[in-house]
Design a protein around this ligand. Structure first.
Ligand code: BGC
Length: 447
């Protein structure tokens, strides 16, 4: 047995998002978001599941905090629902929305758990979508006004802020692939959305500084690690393009003030444009205090003429798979973190999401999810390797505290450390919960 120790001030935590756990979709003056509309559109979400009830966390603050406290975590990452704070997207701040999150934040702090707040985890107010949503540049200022309302409400209590969660999902997955709300399938729309959300991020950071809000602000893109299948120039190019569209496209504007040139040229060659207005890149690249990194998977890529816009394809490999059919690529986690530091310098990093979908039944009060434990252990070991080689990672948050509404897959894909019975809403910690508790309590792994 070897003991693998983490830095003394390393922070362990878990993550969730509002629409995935809160439920209470029509309470406290909340108005619909694009996810309410999408989930209620037949055929969009598996089994017709919706977030109407979800884990009912809106009514179970104490129960959820007990689980976090018992887990011995330092931080809890959750998101604030814009449609609870400014239900119509613009205008009046809803006192009931503020009161709900205030209670959550106060109770977390009282229990010694630091709140890590995401401002936007995909639940755009439907009334803004009715005006064009993120395709419409006017949504940028609506987001800034919303973030300002939240900054003011929780200044001094929340010290860690994240503007956006997973900009690739907000733009490409939701507007080109069409798997997430609002479900469009047009690359130009997706590129417009990507640019607007980046400007919204930058403007919100700028406002945060102008208002002298306490604490630190960052941003949480999702990353994947892609390895060329061979060293042939075609395979290498296909990999650079695929990777670039996922990683650099959302990192370089923020950290370098520019879009990756290779990809800009590629998109232009294919007839798409990135509509940059004067001053946009300066706004997008406002200095941030930390980078939130979400990592789940990776793959091997080779050239495949006409297969997709990048003439690329993912090849089936010997990598194992989770129950979401995602490749298990722990070494990719090490690679992506090393690449980020080599490319963008020593910006502090928090792993704001990492975890896996594994199905495991509740039997005699126990959920034996050994596969999740193995996944987490391998990834946390890769993380440790990255830290040892000089990547400044300050904390790690498991996705997710509990099973929840897994977007287009509804309640069919459990990612939680805590099992939820979606009929009774009863919470049962899984074996992985107790394993993670041991890690967060001792700050070390025995391997
Ligand atoms: C998202 C979560 C999601 C998880 C698993 C991330 O893409 O931020 O909301 O549940 O991955 O798919």
């Amino acid at each position: 047995m070897t003991t693998v120790k983490f830095p003394d001030d390393f922070k362990w935590g878990t993550a969730t998002a509002a629409y995935q756990i809160e439920g209470a979709y029509d309470e406290g003056n909340r108005a619909p978001s694009i996810w309410d509309t999408f989930a209620k559109t037949p055929g969009k979400v598996l089994n017709g599941d919706t977030g109407d009830v979800a884990c009912d966390s809106y009514h179970r603050i104490d129960e959820d905090i007990r689980l976090l406290k018992e887990l011995n975590v330092d931080v809890y990452r959750f998101s604030i629902a814009w449609p609870r704070i400014i239900p119509q997207g613009r205008g009046e701040v809803n006192a009931e929305g503020i009161a709900y999150y205030e209670e959550l934040i106060d109770k977390l702090i009282a229990n010694g758990i630091e709140p890590f707040v995401t401002l936007y985890h995909w639940d755009l107010p439907q009334s803004l979508q009715d005006e064009g949503g993120w395709e419409n540049r006017a949504t940028i200022d609506a987001f800034v006004a919303y973030s300002e309302a939240v900054f003011h409400a929780f200044n001094g209590k929340v010290k860690k802020w994240i503007t956006l969660n997973e900009p690739w999902c907000i733009s490409i997955l939701s507007n080109y692939i069409g798997e997430h709300a609002p479900g469009k399938q047009d690359l130009q729309t997706a590129l417009d959305v990507a640019h607007h959300i980046l400007v919204a991020h930058g403007k919100s950071v700028k406002r945060f500084r102008e208002l002298a809000i306490e604490g630190e602000i960052g941003y949480a893109p999702n990353t994947e690690w892609r390895t060329p299948y061979s060293t042939s120039p075609e395979d290498v190019l296909a990999t650079q393009l695929r990777s670039g569209s996922f990683n650099e496209w959302f990192l370089s504007p923020v950290l370098k003030g520019e879009y990756p040139e290779l990809l800009m040229n590629w998109y232009e060659k294919k007839g798409f444009t990135v509509k940059i207005e004067p001053g946009d890149m300066d706004i997008i690249s406002q200095p941030i205090d930390f980078l939130g990194i979400n990592y789940y998977t990776g793959s091997f890529i080779r050239h495949a003429s006409g297969n997709d816009i990048f003439d690329s394809e993912e090849i089936s490999s010997s990598l194992g798979k989770t129950d979401f059919n995602w490749n298990i690529y722990a070494d990719g986690f090490y690679q992506v973190l090393s690449w980020i530091t080599a490319t963008y310098g020593q910006i502090p990093i928090y792993i704001t999401e990492n975890g896996a979908c594994y199905e495991a039944d509740l039997v005699d009060g126990k959920v034996n999810d050994e596969a999740r434990i193995n996944f987490l252990r391998d990834h946390i070991m890769a993380l440790h390797r990255a830290i040892s080689s000089g990547v400044p990672v300050k904390g790690y948050m498991v996705w997710s505290l509990m099973d929840n509404f897994e977007w287009a897959f509804g309640y069919s894909k459990p990612f939680g450390l805590v099992h939820i019975d979606f009929n009774t809403l009863e919470r049962t910690p899984k074996e992985s919960y107790y394993w993670y508790k041991q890690l967060s309590s001792s700050n070390q792994l025995e391997v």
